[in-house]
Structures are given as C-alpha cells and as structure tokens.
Design a binder for this molecule. Structure first.
Ligand SMILES: Cc1cc2nc3c(=O)[nH]c(=O)nc-3n(C[C@H](O)[C@H](O)[C@H](O)COP(=O)(O)O)c2cc1C
Length: 209
C-alpha cells in the first residue's frame, strides 16, 4: 500500500473522556508542531476565493482556524456552564486535549447562509482542509477527533473565542496525547460500517463510436 493509503487507514476517530475534575497531565502539543499541521492543511484545494473575512485579515482561503493549546483548553473549562447551549461531553474532552482547533468556513453572504454553489465549494474545500489536518496529525502519531462542535458551533461561543460574525464552524478538531489505559476512549460510531469501494465506486464503460 502507498504511504498515503497507510496514513488514511490509520487515521481514526478517538474520543478521550476523562473526568473533567482530573484533567490529563502534561504540557500539550508544542505550538510550533500544531502550526506545522495547520500549514500542511493549508495545501488543501480551494476553488473560490472568499470575499469576506475577519476585519483586518484578508485571505482568499474559505477556511479560518482558531487554535487553543492545552493551557487554553483547561482555562476554558470553567466558562462552559455560562454558555447557553449545554456543553455535553466537551468538558471531558477539554480535560484530555493536547490542543483544539476550531475550523470555520466563510459563507459568501452575511447572515443565514444559503445552499449556493459557492457555499458548497467553500464547505467542500474546508472539509478537505480538515481531512488534510487529520492526516498530518496521524503522520505525527497524534490521535484526533473531528467533532461537529456542539456548543462551539453556536454564535455565542464562536464570538466569545474571537471568531468573526461571518464564520460558521465546520469542525472542532481535538488532538490527543497518547491514550492512557485508564481513560474512557470511544471510537467513531460508523468506523465498523465502512464498506469496500465496489459498493460506492464504479468504472464507467463508454463504447467507442
Ligand atoms: C463532518 C463530520 C462531523 C463529525 N461530527 C461528529 C460528532 O459531532 N460526534 C461524533 O461522535 N463523531 C463525529 N464525527 C466523526 C464520525 O462519526 C466518524 O468519522 C465516523 O464514525 C467514522 O469513524 P472513523 O473516523 O474512525 O473512521 C464527525 C465526522 C465528520 C466528517
């Protein structure tokens, strides 16, 4: 198998859920290493230059990343209960994370976004960016979890963390330390349901004229 196929197969969802009262020890990931994963992800393809963006930040990529290191994850925990949407298992995961990357995309219009061709391509590009991030993490031996984000997807929490009003969360990516044996660790629920490519890919036969 090729190297990329190995890394793609090795990537898997892992959710670490320690007791929030006993956060995992350690310093978390070095910011320079996380920056290198983000830079690798920045090579994902994108087809439409976005026209909006945070004030003062003018980049054509349709995605934005808001990175929290381990100290920031831990410092966020006491604030969770003040947010309107119940944080569910977020506190457990913040207690475990070595870093958390909130990846947003920028709809072409302000306010409620519509299912336009441009928005579809912005979401697709941002999804490719997140997958590249996960593969880069896997290559470094770093476990990961792409979450829809729960309370992080709300406007209240996004704004509280400094995201622009025009950003929509596509993924909250948790990066984990090596998994301690005594910590609850959950896999992705669809992992075992994967099928072989012959169930969803086909060769198209075109008769010569
Ligand atoms: C867009 C997207 C959003 C996801 N959101 C969640 C989520 O909110 N909660 C969750 O448990 N898993 C979430 N997942 C992880 C999937 O459940 C997981 O990828 C799937 O079960 C397959 O497992 P694997 O990643 O180990 O192959 C998400 C995955 C994607 C691509």
């Amino acid at each position: 198998m090729s190297k990329i196929a190995d890394i793609a197969a090795e990537r898997r969802t892992l959710k670490l859920l320690p007791d929030p009262a006993s956060p995992l020890p350690g310093d978390g990931l070095d910011r320079a290493l996380v920056d290198s994963l983000i830079a690798a992800a920045g090579w994902a393809p994108f087809h439409r230059a976005c026209v909006s963006g945070r004030e003062g930040v003018c980049a054509p990529e349709p995605w934005r990343v808001h990175a929290l290191d381990k100290p920031a994850c831990l410092a966020l925990m006491p604030h969770l209960d003040s947010f309107a949407k119940p944080p569910a298992k977020i506190a457990n995961m913040l207690a475990a994370a070595d870093a958390l990357l909130l990846v947003t995309w920028l709809p072409e219009e302000a306010g409620e976004w519509t299912a336009s061709d441009i928005n579809m391509e912005h979401i697709a590009a941002t999804g490719a960016m997140i997958q590249t991030l996960l593969l880069a993490a896997t290559e470094q031996g770093i476990g990961s979890y792409w979450s829809s984000g729960g309370c992080f997807a709300t406007r209240e929490v996004l704004n509280w963390l400094g995201a622009g009003d025009d950003e929509v969360l596509l993924g909250a990516v948790f990066l984990w330390p090596d998994t301690p044996n005594d910590i609850e660790a959950t896999p992705g629920k669809l992992r075992a349901q994967r099928t072989d490519p012959d169930r969803w890919a086909r060769w198209v036969e075109v008769s010569p004229s």
